[in-house]
Design a protein around this ligand. Sequence first.
Ligand code: GLC
Length: 439
Amino acid sequence: MSSYVTKKTPGDTAWFVQDRFGMFIHFGLYAMPARNEWIMTWEKMTQEHYQNYFDNFNPDLFDAREWARTAKAAGMKYAVLTAKHHDGFCLFDSKYTDFKSTNTPFGRDLVKEYADAFRAEGLKVGLYYSLLDWHHPDFVIDDRHPLRDHPDAVEMNKQRDQKKYAQYMRDQVTELLTNYGDISILWFDFTYNTVVDPVKYPYFAGKTKEDWESEKLIEVARTLRPGIIIDNRSGIDQDLSTPEQNQPDQWPRHKETGELLTWEACQTFSGSWGYFRDEMSWKSPKMLIEMLCKTVSLGGNLLMNVGPCARGYLDKRAVNALDAYAEWMKYNSRSIYGCTMAEPEFKAPKGTVLTQSVDGKRLYIHFFSYPFFNFMMEDMAGKVKYAQFLHDGSEILYSEGKPSDMIGERAADNEKAIYFRVPTVQPDVLVPVIELILK
Ligand code: GLC
């Protein structure tokens, strides 16, 4: 059994750490300008301007079942959809706002269709809910808000009552956790204690857990769904630590107690969360697979993002990226599901990362760079029963203690090592995996 114990959390993460791989979906009005989900505030758009997107929102090619099938084919086991993002636009039929998909020409409740379709494919359903809201009249303007440079911003804030907004969030979270069946994850985003430029904006403050009334918000969620997984971005530690667009080099730990945390890296294909037409920085298929392997090798989950385009489908670039996962996961998912960081006794050979099944019986070597002819693992003699490539189940020959069939001085004898022979030519797999059945 794996010896790693994570900090206890209020929710039920047992299924989550088994499943390891999920789909993040950022969809909303910002898919129309197609230049990032922050565009409203970056370009300091007025509500009137943004209303243009609302009035024309009609993702006629949206098909939740197709999203779900694509996610499933890619090997993803759960999903998290933006029920509301920072612009305040809701993809669900909330009775607390008019700013929702059901009031656009599209007229449909996307959260409902998403939840039904993903569940039907056997995926767990999660929802992202933005704590920021640039539409709500009571959300106090701050330095991230589109109205930050409005001459009357400070004056306007006098009319705004953040408490009313906090109540609005509780009401909406209640709707989301009541009307859409079993919701497994609630992903709040985000808390910022500081003002980025306090010299320019001396009259604004950041937003803290007090402003969100996070404690009450979480209580609402836990009362409705006690086992739900909640992230840590409301400013109160819950179930998940969520490093964003970076890949940790170590299993993240609690700052004070040093305990290992349950964690989930969230990543994009190209840099933006929302659909970004002109973005050219798409990650290579190999890099995408490496991110997944590396995450699991450090005991984490990967939540990989798609930003469907304004007509509601996943564009070719996203489909190609997901295909890379589909192709790889079809043959190699055994090194991902139910796996975690390898026990400390196992040292990863150069250019590889290791995962190990939680029952301790199987060890997986993922080759980010393919070895020439052979490779060695120290302190392994006597521990392996059988070795094979994972993708095709073909045997990998090895010898213990000395590199038996190696010529000359290529490798020194090392009694405790195992020397593996690999084919000279890398099999046609972006990241080949060797599975070791342990004694
Ligand atoms: C950031 C961004 C947001 C995105 C999120 C995903 O907090 O504000 O646009 O939804 O990260 O992790």
